[in-house]
Design a protein around this ligand. Structure first.
Ligand code: ZN
Length: 146
């Protein structure tokens, strides 16, 4: 009986300590300098659409080596968006990738939810985005609010 009680109390203190720590977790907001302009564009759209609370969280947005043809990986639980380094010298593609990944990461959109959330990026998608930027971006926030 004593054994069980000890375990119970230990578990209680662990739970208590964990929840205490959670309150004090610091917010980490880091963006690679080369990606900053694109993320800021998304953030200003978020403010314009009254979605400030969605961007008020921890995130690390940076380049990284990703195997294969994937353009980027957004991981909400890790708080990271990693963009494939091979796209470093393609500013238009980078902006498109950032908008798409921010759709996953901040707005919780899935593939197929909106014009910019197509799973495969083709050159024609990027051209269409730059021809209709405002409506592509607005659509993301409209879908996220549904
Ligand atoms: Zn995607």
């Amino acid at each position: 009986m004593k054994f069980f009680l000890t375990v119970f109390l230990t578990l209680m203190s662990v739970v208590f300590l964990n929840s205490c720590n959670e309150e004090e977790v610091e917010t980490i907001q880091e963006i690679d300098m080369e990606l900053e302009d694109y993320v800021k564009k998304f953030f200003s759209a978020a403010r314009k659409h009254g979605a400030e609370q969605r961007i008020d969280r921890s995130y690390t947005i940076k380049f990284g080596d990703i195997d294969g043809i994937r353009a980027a990986v957004a991981n909400r639980s890790k708080g990271t968006i990693i963009v494939n380094s091979r796209y470093k010298s393609y500013p238009r593609t980078l902006e498109y990738i950032i908008m798409h990944e921010c759709g996953h990461f901040f707005l919780e959109l899935d593939h197929g939810e909106g014009l910019i959330m197509q799973e495969v990026i083709e050159v024609s998608n990027i051209t269409a985005y730059f021809d209709n930027q405002a409506s592509y971006i607005s659509e993301m926030f409209e879908i996220a609010d549904r």
